[in-house]
Design a protein around this ligand. Structure first.
Ligand code: NAI
Length: 340
């Protein structure tokens, strides 16, 4: 409860004034999954959400019936796994979250998920582009470095691509970073803010410790921290021993990102989240998408910040990131070209 209060306490008080004039429909695709269920729960507790639309290939009406008994104002509806069910779920949505797809098992990289998740995300993106072309699309399904370009290609092919409305959710890397750095320094993670740029897998995850409150972390301690942030997901995959990857921490991160977008859409200024977007920062090096700090606004991505001042160590991390990222992005683009 403390956590929910921490996340939504302030928002709740403010939302009494906003909810009267703004109603926000949020759709979750893959709502019955490990991430989908707790994510939907957190969205049901968010007073900025007026309608919660849940879709999955199984069990979405059940999850919706369960959540609908919670005594918050929003209306929850689960949709049948049919094309018309999906269309109805998406129509009128302001935000569409996509945690649909298979998670990792021990020993797998996020890229190993490509073959299954690429077509799932492509098909959901097609439906979203048709039913709600102006919605903000938040891609959680991995590999994010490739699934975001897949969405972009689908939207482009339908002539409705708006780069400001497509986001790869990298919030969990930021959440983990502040937690891990607080464990080293014995601080409150709520006071720690680590910018993470690049992509969302392995070496494409680039935490900028020099810009944090603790630029003094160096040597083996820095190596270990960076490695833990880059491969933090593996700790969960290993501990769950074949039963999946991060779901609860991811649900929290996804709900935080959705909340930030809703705040920005409802007029709050200065809302900044690192996220993986169509970005001008490294396009000259052939990298079309890149995660950096992005100020959110009513139009989606309002302002994309450059990475800022980084040190030699981080330059090395960034170089390794860009090489991998370019390949991951191209893989997504090629997939849609070959499998439209
Ligand atoms: P899960 O297997 O528990 O749930 C996935 C859900 O998607 C299932 O309920 C399944 O029925 C549904 N689904 C499958 N195909 C669908 C379709 N065509 N339409 C609608 N729903 C469909 O998996 P989990 O743990 O929830 O993970 C979901 C995805 O999120 C994975 O790809 C995982 O790698 C990714 N993930 C992303 C993170 C990030 O930081 N961006 C962090 C953790 C996981």
């Amino acid at each position: 409860m403390f956590f929910v209060r921490q996340m939504f306490g302030q928002a709740q008080r403010r939302a009494f004034s906003v909810s009267a004039r703004q109603s926000s429909k949020v759709a979750v695709l893959g709502a019955a999954g490990g991430i989908g269920q707790p994510l939907s729960l957190l969205l049901k507790l968010n007073p900025r959400v007026s309608q919660l639309a849940l879709y999955d290939i199984r069990l979405a009406p059940g999850v919706a019936a369960d959540l609908s008994h919670i005594n918050t104002k929003s209306v929850v509806k689960g949709y049948d796994p049919t094309p018309s069910g999906l269309r109805e779920c998406l129509t009128g949505s302001e935000i569409i979250l996509i945690p649909a797809g298979v998670p990792r098992k021990p020993g797998m990289t996020r890229d190993d998920l490509f073959n299954t998740n690429a077509s799932i995300v492509r098909d959901l993106a097609k439906a979203a582009a048709d039913a709600a072309p102006d919605a903000n699309v938040l891609v959680i399904a991995n590999p994010v470095n490739s699934t975001v370009p897949i969405c972009a290609e689908v939207y482009k092919s339908k002539g409705v691509y708006n780069p400001k409305r497509l986001f790869g959710v990298t919030t969990l890397d930021v959440v983990r970073s502040s937690r891990f750095i607080s464990e080293i320094k014995g601080t409150d993670p709520a006071d720690e803010n680590v910018t993470v740029v690049g992509g969302h897998s392995g070496v494409t995850i680039v935490p900028l410790i020099s810009q944090s409150r603790h630029p003094d972390i160096s040597g083996a301690q820095l190596d270990a921290l960076v490695n833990r942030i880059q491969f933090g997901g593996d700790e969960v995959v290993k501990a769950k021993d074949g039963a999946g990857s991060a779901t609860l921490s991811m649900a929290m991160a996804g709900a935080r990102f959705a909340e930030s977008l809703l705040k920005a859409a409802q007029g709050e200024k200065g809302v900044i989240e690192p996220t993986f977007v169509d970005s001008p920062l490294y396009k000259d090096q052939g990298v079309e998408f890149f995660a950096s700090r992005v100020e959110l606004g009513p139009e989606g991505a309002h302002n994309i910040y450059p990475v800022g001042k980084i040190n030699k160590y981080e330059e090395g991390l960034l170089e390794a990131c860009l090489g991998d990222l370019k390949k991951n992005i191209q893989k997504g683009i090629d997939f849609v070209k070959a499998n439209p």
